[in-house]
Write a protein that binds this ligand. Sequence first.
Ligand code: SF4
Ligand code: SF4
Length: 187
Amino acid sequence: MFAIARSKTHFISMEKRLEQLPKLSKETLPETRKYFKMLKKRTPKNLDVVMKELHEDEFKKTDCLSCGNCCKTTSPIFIEKDIQRISKHLKMKEHNFIDQYLERDQDDFMVLRTAPCSFFDATDNSCFIYDVRPKACSEYPHTNRKKFIQITDLTLTNTEVCPAAHTIIENLKKRIPLHYNKKVKRS
Ligand code: SF4
Ligand code: SF4
């Protein structure tokens, strides 16, 4: 989960966005895949700047506490420092924390055993360990990441989970359309 909510006023619209997201993301997926392929071939120099702007604009309007879809459906990766910090916070030994909550995925990353996340509070979509949450949670959906072009595959997946990420990418397509992208010169 990216950020603390600013208000509850987007609750109904977020409900609708989440309801529409599976169908919408399925429809846009082939086009987005093609778009990212083109973008990789000719990456505009200002891509990270544009992404940062689009990300900030979208998260000014997005209330993560009315959503929580990332925490409900996916797992962050837990790196060593996350495990140390969170187990200390929970006053647990690291190996007990790992045994209780984590497992290795097929890529050998430490991930949650269950979804929704064990630290997710379904009563208000908040996080029990918000202040010490994994780095991957604090950076999710990574749409303002430097060298964004390197994480387009991950972003494709995230557009199916995160309504904000989906909107950001749709806005990116408008901001840097393919026909424009074809004309971008490397210099
Ligand atoms: S640790 Fe917190 S922010 Fe991360 S997935 Fe779990 S509930 Fe969400
Ligand atoms: S899925 Fe996206 S909008 Fe929803 S809580 Fe997670 S980061 Fe926020």
